[in-house]
Design a protein around this ligand. Structure first.
Ligand code: PLP
Length: 388
């Protein structure tokens, strides 16, 4: 968490935080804190504040968005199927409230980029029906629901969201974009991305854990609520708002926007230096090191690589002993290392996927951290590979 966010939250905690739905002055003060955060998050996503729905996480926002049942204006709309890219985070991959018989997975190529031709083929039957509709709002038409992420959390690959949107919208379909990893690293603009909805998570931009948002491009689309009860979040999500966490999210969004250019310029340089140092450290065995998606457009802070023959779990232990926290290809919530569905979708052989390591540089990573990493790599981890 960013220091400024922590300090702001600590200050807020010293006060009594009232219920933001209450009409008394203290309630209105709490509501103003939420409104301020909503404005900041909306600005980050290139939209207005009434398009922001706060949730407990991006995972909850994904489950709110991924439903066959929406209200579109005054009409109910039912999506026939969910088409989900094979490299999505599990919160999207699971298909939310779509039945498993109505979820299809979209292929990616060996670099982890969505296969636009395969998407066109999947959309073709919908496009044919949609083209033939006299009334494009015909309530009997069941359009497709598509989910493609902006940037992948394991490889950093940036997906061609705009091109995906064009194909999806030719069918009258809806596009959900998981922008969790892209936030603070790419310019987010729901209008120019042409996404219908975005997912965000505060803890990826230096905010607190346990708060996220669903951003809707148009307030005309209303997903059937996941959490039902009171009328909070404009009837999208019941439950007394977590004012403290939401305020922290807003503060983090503001700072991430202010520091955007400076941080990203610095981080991409550090990542490239790190990548080069890893390769060069291997002298005659440089071809044993594989950087995944190296030729694709990638986030500037992510590096996913494998050193043939060095098991990820062994390497993680070596790094941990040196005080360096990195992940294997897939950080599993159970704490077990298992091979990554992302690398599998890229058709990386299982033996190599077992060796995949994932490094994320944060807004606060400095050159000394990269030097420390290279030292640990040379003194602890590379030795394990040489001994293998
Ligand atoms: N999507 C991506 C790409 C992520 O990396 C993550 C978290 O790591 C999530 C969604 C889920 O976010 P949250 O932890 O807020 O549910």
């Amino acid at each position: 968490m960013r220091d400024e966010v922590r300090m702001m939250m600590l200050e807020l905690l010293k006060q009594e935080i009232f219920n933001a739905s209450s009409v008394h002055g203290e309630g209105r003060e709490a509501r103003a804190k939420i409104a301020e955060a909503r404005n900041a998050v909306a600005e980050m996503a290139g939209t207005s504040s009434d398009h922001v729905i706060f949730t407990s996480s991006a995972s909850e926002a994904a489950n709110l968005a991924l439903t066959p049942h929406y209200l579109h204006g005054k009409h109910e709309i039912k999506f026939a199927k969910a088409f989900v890219s094979a490299i999505e985070h599990p919160c999207v991959l699971s298909g939310g409230r779509f039945g498993s018989e109505n979820i299809e997975y979209l292929k990616v190529d060996s670099e982890g980029v969505i296969d636009l031709n395969a998407l066109k083929v999947a959309m073709a039957p919908f496009k044919a029906v949609y083209d033939a509709l006299e009334d494009k709002n015909d309530p009997s038409y069941q359009p497709p629901f598509v989910a493609v992420m902006l940037a992948n959390n394991e490889t950093g690959v940036v997906e061609p969201v705009y091109e995906v949107a064009e194909i999806v919208h030719e069918t009258g379909g809806f596009l959900l974009v998981d922008a969790v990893q892209g936030a603070g690293k790419l310019i987010l603009d729901i209008e120019s991305l042409e996404a219908d909805a975005l997912l965000l998570s505060a803890h990826k931009i230096g905010g607190p854990q346990g708060v996220g948002a669903l951003i809707l491009k148009s307030t005309a689309y209303k997903p059937y609520p996941l959490v039902r009860g009171g009328g909070q979040e404009n009837h999208h999500r019941a439950g007394t708002e977590n004012v403290l966490a939401i305020a922290g999210f807003g503060k983090a969004a503001k700072i991430a926007m202010d520091e955007f250019a400076e941080v990203n310029e610095r981080i991409v340089e550090l990542r490239n230096a790190l990548e080069l140092a890893l390769v060069q450290s291997l002298d005659n065995n440089q071809s044993d090191l594989l950087v995944f998606a190296q030729t694709a457009k990638r986030l500037g802070n992510t590096l996913c690589f494998a050193l043939k023959g060095l098991n990820a779990e062994t390497a993680l232990i070596g790094f941990d002993l040196a005080g360096i926290a990195i992940s294997s290809g897939s950080a599993c919530s159970s704490g077990k290392v298992k091979s990554s569905h992302v690398l599998k979708a890229m058709e990386v052989e299982d033996d190599l996927a077992q060796c995949a390591l994932r490094i994320s540089l944060g807004w606060n990573t400095q050159k000394e951290d990269v030097d420390g990493f290279i030292n640990a790599w040379s003194s602890q981890v590379k030795r394990l590979y040489e001994a293998a």
